[in-house]
Design a protein around this ligand. Structure first.
Ligand SMILES: [Zn+2]
Ligand SMILES: [Zn+2]
Length: 128
């Protein structure tokens, strides 16, 4: 894959983000360094980076989020604050093992997204 300056900056933004940013958030940051960049260019580069396996793309159903972490892990998406939290793969390890043993499929990659309301949002709700 050819590395343009734009792509390098976009990749850097994703790699410096801990919070699985949306393309819009990445676009805002990219504009600070490249004032003329368009949202379309940001989207195109993000999708190409995800296709190449350099970053990971997570679709929540309402938006696409981008993740610098490639190692096995699953996600929890809070529908209230739109936060995406990394979950250790240990929570689905047993499920994967059962699936392989009982169903006979060989799992090579998984994309597991849990959706709900995060601990912080639940606590806020109690205080209301
Ligand atoms: Zn939340
Ligand atoms: Zn993640």
């Amino acid at each position: 894959m050819k590395y343009s300056k734009q792509r390098e900056i976009i990749l850097q933004i994703v790699q410096n983000s801990m919070d699985h940013p949306t393309a819009d958030k990445i676009y805002e940051k990219a504009r600070m360094e490249l004032p003329n960049i368009s949202l379309g260019t940001v989207y195109r580069n993000l999708n190409q980076l995800a296709e190449a396996g350099t970053i990971r793309k997570i679709s929540t159903g309402t938006s696409d989020r981008f993740d610098k972490t490639l190692k096995d892990h699953c996600h929890f998406h809070c529908t209230k604050c739109e936060k995406i939290i990394d979950l250790p793969v240990v929570y689905v390890a047993q499920l994967k093992e059962d699936l392989m043993r009982k169903e006979g499929h060989k799992i090579e990659y998984e994309e597991i997204l849990f959706t709900g309301i995060c601990k912080e949002c639940l606590e806020e709700r109690k205080e209301d």
